[in-house]
Design a protein around this ligand. Structure first.
Ligand code: FE
Ligand code: FE
Ligand code: ZN
Length: 298
């Protein structure tokens, strides 16, 4: 069975249990959560995450913790030139790894950082140093930090495979680092995953090693290859297109890792139930967005 899901919410009193319920509603076999709002670092304490109820539901439904992913908030920046802000990022991410482990999850996706001071080499070094501290602070925990391939918007670090490799190389305990391959981001940063996915994978394998990829973010793109915009589009409705995305989702080397949709809501409605069904059916439905719009149950 294909391991596919989407990002889901985690809020209210149900918290993690609500995340599992939402994933099951979508017919998903995987899911990703932010442990609070993605744009801030306010987090509930672990005892309020409702982990036991979530675990019971996971066991009952057959969902596997290996197919669950936590995404760190995107405002923490290990490459911030201000040492106090870097220290805060290390402290927050240490706690996030502990939270991830408490949730029985094995990987946490992280945007590597942003080179605010424009010196990308310095940024890579700070990111590697920060990661090293987080890893050292959580030595006994079986959680990988999955560095996400970035679109290259602004001064984002991780726009090229070489940059991700440089971070990994400057960090000890490489077993704790992996890569999250985002299809919209790699397309936007200039990799031709639409027409030459095999070639892009060969290049990734040469630079980093394909075995580093531990999760896929499955998104179409609203922009042309190389646009560096990072604007996600619904599956099959953007510049990457249905066939190329389906090829990636069913790529044999990815069969054991979670594939996660981060496609946009359609008129305030989550598209995931329909996108997942379409991916499972392998048949493009050009009317999918209208169907979602008119589904009163969403
Ligand atoms: Fe991300
Ligand atoms: Fe992503
Ligand atoms: Zn994105």
């Amino acid at each position: 069975m294909i391991i596919i899901g989407s990002h889901v919410g985690m809020s209210g009193t149900k918290m993690y249990q609500g995340s599992v319920e939402e994933a099951l509603n979508y017919g998903a076999t995987a899911f990703m959560v932010y442990t609070g709002a993605p744009q801030n670092t306010i987090r509930k304490s672990i005892k309020d995450l409702n982990i036991e109820a979530a675990s019971d539901l996971m066991a009952k439904s057959g969902l596997q913790f290996d197919h669950v992913v936590v995404h760190a908030p995107y405002i923490v920046n290990l490459a911030n030139p201000d040492p106090e802000k870097r220290a805060f990022a290390v402290e927050f991410l240490t706690k996030e790894v502990i939270r991830t482990a408490s949730m029985h999850v094995k990987q946490m996706v992280l945007h590597p950082g942003s080179a605010v001071g424009l010196d990308r080499e310095q940024a890579v070094t700070w990111i590697a140093q920060g990661l090293q501290q987080v890893i050292d602070n959580t030595k006994d925990l079986d959680v990988k930090i999955a560095l996400e391939t970035m679109a290259g918007k602004g001064n984002e670090v991780g726009r090229t495979f070489e940059e991700l490799k440089a971070i990994i190389d400057q960090t000890n305990r490489p077993g704790r680092l992996s890569v999250c391959f985002d299809t919209c981001h790699t397309h936007d940063s200039g990799y031709d995953i639409k027409n030459d996915f095999e070639g892009v994978m060969k290049h990734f394998d040469d630079v980093v090693g394909i075995e580093y990829i531990s999760v896929i973010h499955v998104n179409d793109s609203k922009n042309e290859m190389g646009a560096r915009k990072d604007r996600h589009e619904n599956f099959g409705f953007g510049y990457i297109g249905f066939d190329a995305l389906l090829n990636i989702v069913y790529y044999d080397k990815f069969k054991d890792i979670p594939k996660i949709l981060e496609t946009p809501y359609v008129n305030g409605k989550p598209p995931y139930k329909y996108e997942i069904a379409m991916i499972k059916s392998k048949v493009f439905n050009p009317n999918l967005l209208e169907v979602i719009e008119h589904d009163e149950s969403l």
